[in-house]
Ligand binder design. Structure first.
Ligand SMILES: [Zn+2]
Ligand SMILES: [Zn+2]
Length: 285
């Protein structure tokens, strides 16, 4: 197994302190043996739209063969989109993280028209934060599963980003480093994995294997990573197809060989790995 694609790269336009100019991305990524790849900056809510416009501009100025234009959107609450519409939240680049109703109805703040206008070739959707539920294990698990399910069924989303990623900066602030599921991934009920796999396959979505933010994450416990590879293996058994995403925000110096070994260990081969095809482009929403 060799990693030759990367569909999740952030440029300096991303709201979350990513730093690579697109001109650098198109040089360094192919130099690591990656022949097909795309940039996917964050759109949490419409507040980030100028970032995506800046990325599109840089993309067009640096177009090379095998290079594509995607986006990473977040599952957010309808409540926060309504709040943002009222104005006064211009600095909330990560949306509104406090004050909403627990178990809020979900949405993504992008439309079909935005996708066409910006020339977006594929959409990655991610669960990035709890939607106002209590900060304890059971609620966080239910909430993340609910969001992953929402993304797996959303017509504008092609790839479900990093299932069960959890922002390490939340550790210590709200939860222990080993919560909500890092000391034992099996605290997540298997029925949730079954339900998610079924939704992914039924809706012809792709599940991302995230390198930097999950399998090579510097702070995630090794035991968790091991269990996560078993989870990927389970998804493969259900017929899930995967995309590779480095989720690179700064310098592009990941250990691709180690990641490839881990993916192989999960029994995943080149045949299970998705790449953007002409058919995907033709059938895009
Ligand atoms: Zn993400
Ligand atoms: Zn990302």
């Amino acid at each position: 197994m060799k990693i030759e694609t990367d569909w999740h790269i952030h440029s300096r336009n991303s709201c979350d302190s990513a730093s690579m100019p697109v001109s650098e991305i198109v040089k360094i990524v192919p130099s690591k043996g990656i022949s097909k790849f795309g940039i996917t900056d964050h759109l949490n809510t419409r507040i980030n739209m100028p970032d995506i416009e800046a990325s599109r501009k840089e993309f067009l100025e640096n177009k090379v063969s095998g290079f594509h234009f995607g986006i990473e959107i977040s599952c957010v609450s309808i409540w926060e989109i309504e709040q943002i519409k009222k104005g006064g939240y211009e600095k909330a680049v990560n949306g509104i993280r406090e004050g909403g109703p627990a178990w809020a109805d979900m949405t993504v703040d992008i439309t079909q028209e935005d996708i066409e206008k910006l020339g977006i070739e594929y959409v990655i959707g991610g669960t990035h934060w709890p939607l106002y539920v209590p900060w304890e294990r059971e609620s966080l698990i239910k909430d993340y599963h609910r969001q992953n399910m929402f993304l797996a069924q959303h017509p504008l989303v092609k790839i479900v980003a990093h299932p069960w990623w959890f922002y390490a900066k939340y550790w210590g602030k709200y939860v222990d480093r080993f919560e909500p599921w890092f000391n034992d991934f099996s605290v997540i009920p298997q029925s949730m994995h079954e339900e998610f796999a079924d939704a992914v396959v039924r809706n012809r979505k792709i599940v991302e294997i995230n390198l930097h933010a999950i399998i090579l994450h510097p702070s995630y416990p090794e035991h968790f990573k091991q269990q996560y590879l078993d989870y990927l293996s389970f998804l493969k058994g259900k017929g899930v197809i995967f995309s590779i995403g480095s989720d690179c925000h700064q310098s592009y110096d990941l250990d691709f060989e180690k990641a490839a070994r881990m993916i192989s260990y999960a029994g995943i081969t080149e045949k299970d790995i998705w790449e953007l095809s002409d058919e995907d482009l033709k059938n895009r929403p």
